[in-house]
Design a protein around this ligand. Structure first.
Ligand SMILES: CC(C)(COP(=O)(O)OP(=O)(O)OC[C@H]1O[C@@H](n2cnc3c(N)ncnc32)[C@H](O)[C@@H]1OP(=O)(O)O)[C@@H](O)C(=O)NCCC(=O)NCCS
Length: 168
């Protein structure tokens, strides 16, 4: 069992985002963001949370209440169908300990509780071996491969992973 827990995104999480913005962690996410982009992202997470459009979290452990990374899910459409999309990051110093897999299981359970039956999608780049590994380990099914634009202007081949939580 893992001691990983998710803490809802809060006003003091700008620092959590700054730490997740390390160049080596942004390889498959379009490279590091500017301070201005980070502040905008932080404010967006808070706003979307209060609007019920996204649920972002700080990933914490008993030894690291300040956080080891971020995860979340947000409203999304997959080929016109209502869905959630999920995304994550675990800081380099804490990688390889199962934290991302545990956090993904918790995020998916939270989504299933919030909206039973809504599928959860993840679109890691094909080259992002660690992210594809955690999808597999958390029970997602690989549906195929598609090109996605993220960030704006950058297209890359991504895997389409889906988890269908049970209906209520
Ligand atoms: C993806 C990420 C969150 C994984 O975090 P983590 O806490 O190290 O993940 P876990 O320890 O739960 O699992 C990692 C798994 O990936 C596997 N893995 C790691 N690097 C790998 C590689 N190069 N090739 C194959 N498998 C790899 C590990 O072996 C492990 O699987 P195992 O437990 O079966 O051995 C982390 O690498 C990260 O933040 N990357 C940068 C941000 C990012 O790319 N975000 C996702 C965008 S979709």
């Amino acid at each position: 069992m893992s001691d990983v827990a998710l803490r809802p995104w809060a006003a003091d999480d700008l620092e959590t985002l700054r730490r997740a913005n390390a160049p080596e962690m942004m390889t498959y996410l379009g490279g590091p963001e500017t301070e201005e982009q980070l502040v905008a992202r932080h404010e967006r997470y808070l706003r979307l949370g209060s609007e019920g459009a996204a649920w972002m979290f700080r990933i914490v452990t008993p030894d690291h209440p300040e956080g080891v990374g971020t995860i979340g899910y947000w409203r999304h459409e997959h080929h016109g169908e209502p869905a959630f999309e999920t995304g994550w990051a675990v800081e380099s110093a804490y990688q390889g300990r199962g934290f991302a897999t545990a956090a993904l299981r918790l995020a998916v359970a939270d989504a299933a509780h919030r909206e039973p039956g809504t599928p959860v999608y993840a679109y890691p780049r094909v080259a992002n071996a660690a992210s594809n590994a955690i999808c597999r380990k958390a029970g997602f099914t690989l549906e195929g491969e598609e090109d996605f634009e993220h960030p704006k202007g950058t297209w890359a081949a991504s895997n389409v992973w889906v988890l269908h939580p049970p209906a209520a």
